[in-house]
Design a protein around this ligand. Structure first.
Ligand code: HEM
Length: 362
């Protein structure tokens, strides 16, 4: 056996001795056996292993984005890695079901051993948030301490450095700003899109005027269309957009937003298909993390009710605030508001369409 385990062998390749020796329920040490504590430890360890894999994928995606020019084949790699991250996130949400087989009474058998340890101290979770783009000033903070006060030495330094570095959000913004499609030869996307929106709204107004509705119903609907028009005008005006950014209503720059809109509208063009998938994967990741946060809150509600957390926060009160506030790619999700149906989509000139497609010439 000794010989077998010195060559590459399942046991030593996976270093299972280390991993399987790493579960030490505190209740055993205190001789107050709490059966459920093993599950509590293993679930957290499994989460941390998956966080490690997610960080591995996100770091590699960010590395590919650091380059000034991203080869198209790399966009394919990025999309596949993001897809993997999203699949892992689905599993992470699902794992909460396993932990919820433990009841609040079971949890109380060992919870008193845990304080002041808390999920607050998950270094990998914090790294993920910061790498994706969650800035300290956007966080929901409780008490006077910033979130990184939980760490010391190298761990703290690593988090502080990440705060200073470019996040995935910033890399995405720069990439969208670089995309050369907004002014394609004689096709000015923004003004063509504006015309299309006006056509669409005029058609809706005509429809309301000729519909069998009472005058007051017509008035309400026409007022809604005017609100809609103002919304489009605000989004299309660079000055208004910059004002909204200053007021914290939106985070993505004007140029990046316009590129994201173009990619979403012309997603059927082969060259824009992968960029579209990438944008979609970011919105999906944001939603999956928010779903995890929400499910975690629900679990905390079942386990603790209104009790405060072992990390000293208000518990579920604090966690609830983070569900929406800590989303990062809401601006990409909001592009859906700006979508117009394919029938209004400005037709691309043939030469441009050929450049965006698979144009095989013999
Ligand atoms: C019985 C199960 C659990 C309970 C009662 C619980 C409770 C809490 C509470 C009350 C907080 C707020 C901080 C505090 O005051 O401690 C928190 C934060 C956190 N927990 Fe849990 N938790 C549980 C399981 C888990 C699991 C399985 C994970 C997986 C890694 C996890 C990860 C986190 C993270 C990352 C935070 C920080 C969230 C943030 O600040 O946005 N928790 N938890």
């Amino acid at each position: 056996m000794a010989e077998k385990t010195t060559s590459v062998h399942y046991l030593n390749y996976l270093q299972l001795d280390k991993i399987l020796e790493a579960q030490h329920p505190l209740s055993n040490e205190k001789e107050e056996e709490a059966h459920e504590e093993m599950l509590f430890i293993i679930i957290h360890q499994a989460y941390e292993l998956w966080f490690k894999q997610i960080l591995h994928e996100i770091s590699s995606v960010m590395e590919l984005f650091q380059k000034d020019k991203i080869d198209e084949e790399n966009v394919g790699i990025i999309v596949r890695r993001m897809d993997r991250v999203n699949k892992i996130m689905t599993t992470l949400v699902g794992q909460l079901d396993i932990l919820e087989t433990m009841t609040s009474l079971d949890f109380l058998d060992f919870r008193h051993h845990l304080s002041p340890a808390s999920g607050f101290q998950s270094h990998q979770f914090r790294k993920l948030e910061v790498m994706l783009g969650l800035k300290i000033e956007k966080r929901h903070q409780f008490g006077d301490c910033p979130y990184h006060a939980q760490f010391e030495g190298e761990k703290k330094e690593e988090i502080l450095n990440l705060e200073e570095n470019q996040s995935l959000f910033m890399l995405l913004e720069k990439w969208l700003e670089r995309i050369p499609f907004l002014n394609m030869e004689d096709f000015d996307f923004t003004s063509k899109y504006e015309d299309a929106v006006n056509q669409m709204l005029e058609k809706e107004i005509e429809g309301i005027k000729s519909a069998k509705l009472t005058d007051s119903d017509k008035e309400i609907r026409l007022r809604m269309i005017e609100e809609n028009r103002k919304y489009f005008e605000r989004v299309l005006s660079e000055t208004e957009h910059n004002k909204a950014m200053k007021e914290g209503e939106t985070s993505l720059s004007y140029k990046a937003t316009m590129s994201a809109l173009l990619i979403n509208l012309y997603r059927d063009e082969p060259i824009l298909h992968l960029p579209y998938q990438f944008l979609r994967s970011l919105v999906e990741l944001d939603h999956k993390i928010a779903t995890w946060r929400f499910r975690h809150v629900q679990m905390v509600e079942k386990m603790l009710g209104q009790k405060i957390g072992t990390g000293g926060s208000s518990g579920q009160g604090y966690l609830k605030e983070t569900v929406d506030k800590h989303k990062l790619f809401t601006d990409l999700a909001n592009i859906a508001t700006l979508m117009i149906s394919r029938s209004y989509l400005p037709e691309l000139p043939k030469n441009i369409k050929d450049n965006l497609g698979f144009n095989f010439k013999n």
